[in-house]
Design a protein around this ligand. Structure first.
Ligand SMILES: *Cc1c(COP(=O)(O)O)cnc(C)c1O
Length: 459
């Protein structure tokens, strides 16, 4: 009926009409989607996305925070093709596979030394679900029965850990999560530092949050299984950062009160903060580490939940002890995805990706200083290659824009018009380019972002 890749208008309209008639897009008001012209991506090249009409867009958000080395990279493509000619999928229940084992060897070398056991799944949300279930079951099977009451989780306000019900339970983004409240399990909430909203300095805000967390642990530690945190940078809440000291204090409290620390590096992992993992910057060791997004370089869905040998050992027993971790997915440790992940990690090494990133981060910081001066930019928050630019109606009087103004959305629309793909979070403009972005493209990204903010906020 129709041919993909044919650059002609009829083809576009046909594709668009099928999309609008039958597809339900994520995090999208479909009424609005259906009413407007949409972009349909045909292919990618380097740090650009190219649509069915041949228009290209600099990928300013790494295709929702996943892409690392650019699109259509021959090295990752070849690794997938090579694996494709062997086998695309074999179950991990009762079998192992070569790419999964090779990937494991590489991952164990780069994660904190105390983490030795990898449980694979397919996306960030499942990696968190698995982390929560492992932590819960760990205490249930603890040889000391007094620990069996450790069943609850402490999570932070404004946290985002994914969209499945367990990960929503430990989430704290009211807009996304409130409707599901009756479906969720109970958690204890610790306030996450958000100095802009609290009108406090970073230090004061963090001190206050730590005090609250300590109070919560003191009162509840006997019933708490673990604390879950996005390290250094909360992502989906609009890039809200903390100091490394804050993370270190959370770690220290988890040790003092004997609760597990689950660190969700789904967004921060694989170089985004300027180190391979955010926990490296704070020099802390989590009990459970969740990774996904950048694991395959942004090519295929794959996630991992990585734990210590001590946690793993609590699951060992005779068959009839039923201390097995009864969890798995059809595509656990998919060989194609693992092959892509291996190629991704090899590229990090071959290209000195992390080392080369430092100069780009320096340039990014310099250019962001210009954006920070704009009259409607309330705050620029940045950690490595993760940036949130929060826009306010009135900076002096601490007044955000009314949501119906849709300022963030308008800025992103303007950027897209000018050939840069952005996806904001409310009125926070997000910049999270692929680590492979070159200085010229980075300049273009920041200049376009600045021009669009000026265009929309100062008209
Ligand atoms: C994106 C994200 C998730 C969820 O990952 P999905 O692959 O979208 O399910 C979980 N935690 C954090 C911190 C994330 O940024």
């Amino acid at each position: 009926m129709y041919k993909l890749n044919k650059k002609n208008k009829d083809n576009f309209y046909l594709l668009e009409s099928i999309d609008k008639k039958h597809i339900w897009h994520p995090f999208t008001q479909m009424k609005e989607w259906i009413a407007n012209k949409q972009i349909i991506i045909d292919h990618g090249q380097g740090n650009y996305l190219i649509d069915t009409e041949g228009k290209s867009y600099l990928d300013g958000v790494s295709s929702l925070w996943v892409n690392i080395h650019g699109h259509n990279h021959p090295y990752i493509n070849n690794a997938i093709k090579k694996q494709l000619s062997k086998i695309s999928h074999a179950t991990f229940l009762g079998l192992s596979n070569v790419p999964a084992i090779k990937l494991t060897e590489l991952l164990i070398k780069i994660v904190p030394q105390n983490l030795t056991r990898i449980f694979y799944s397919d996306n960030g949300s499942t990696s968190v679900e698995i982390g929560l279930k492992i932590a819960y079951q760990y205490w249930q099977q603890h040889p000391q029965s007094l620990h069996h009451s450790k069943k609850k989780f402490i999570s932070f306000t404004t946290a985002y850990h994914g969209d499945t019900i367990g990960s929503v339970s430990v989430g704290g983004i009211d807009l996304f999560h409130r409707i599901y409240k009756p479906m969720l399990f109970e958690t204890l909430k610790a306030p996450y530092p958000y100095p802009l909203k609290e009108n406090l300095s970073q230090e004061e805000s963090e001190l206050k949050a730590i005090k609250e967390l300590e109070k919560c642990l003191k009162a509840n530690h006997k019933t708490v299984a673990g604390i879950i945190i996005e390290p250094l940078m909360q992502g989906a809440s609009g890039m809200i950062n903390t100091s490394t000291q804050f993370l270190q204090k959370v770690k220290a409290l988890s040790v003092e009160y004997n609760v597990l620390l689950i660190v969700d590096e789904v967004a921060t992992g694989f170089g985004r903060t300027g180190s391979m993992f955010a926990v490296e910057k704070a020099d802390i060791q989590p009990d459970i580490l969740c990774i996904a997004k950048g694991l395959t370089g942004g090519y295929l869905p794959l996630a991992a939940t990585i734990t210590t040998e001590a946690i793993f050992n609590n699951f060992l027993g005779d068959y009839l002890d039923y201390s097995t971790f009864f969890h798995g997915h059809s595509y656990t440790a998919n060989p194609l995805a693992c092959a892509a992940a291996i190629a991704n990690l090899e590229l990090f090494e071959k290209n000195n990706t992390i080392e080369k990133l430092q100069e780009k981060i320096y340039r990014l910081i310099t250019d962001l200083k210009e954006i920070e001066k704009l009259p409607h930019v309330a705050e620029v928050r940045q950690e490595g290659f993760m940036v949130g630019i929060e826009l306010y109606e009135d900076k002096k009087n601490n007044k955000p824009y009314a949501p119906e103004k849709r300022i963030g959305f308008l800025v992103a629309q303007e950027a897209i018009k000018r050939g840069v793909f952005l996806r904001p979070l409310g009125d926070v403009i997000i910049l999270m380019p692929p680590l492979s972005i070159n200085p010229k493209e980075l300049k273009l990204l920041l200049e376009t972002c600045k021009k669009c903010i000026i265009h929309i906020t100062q008209k």
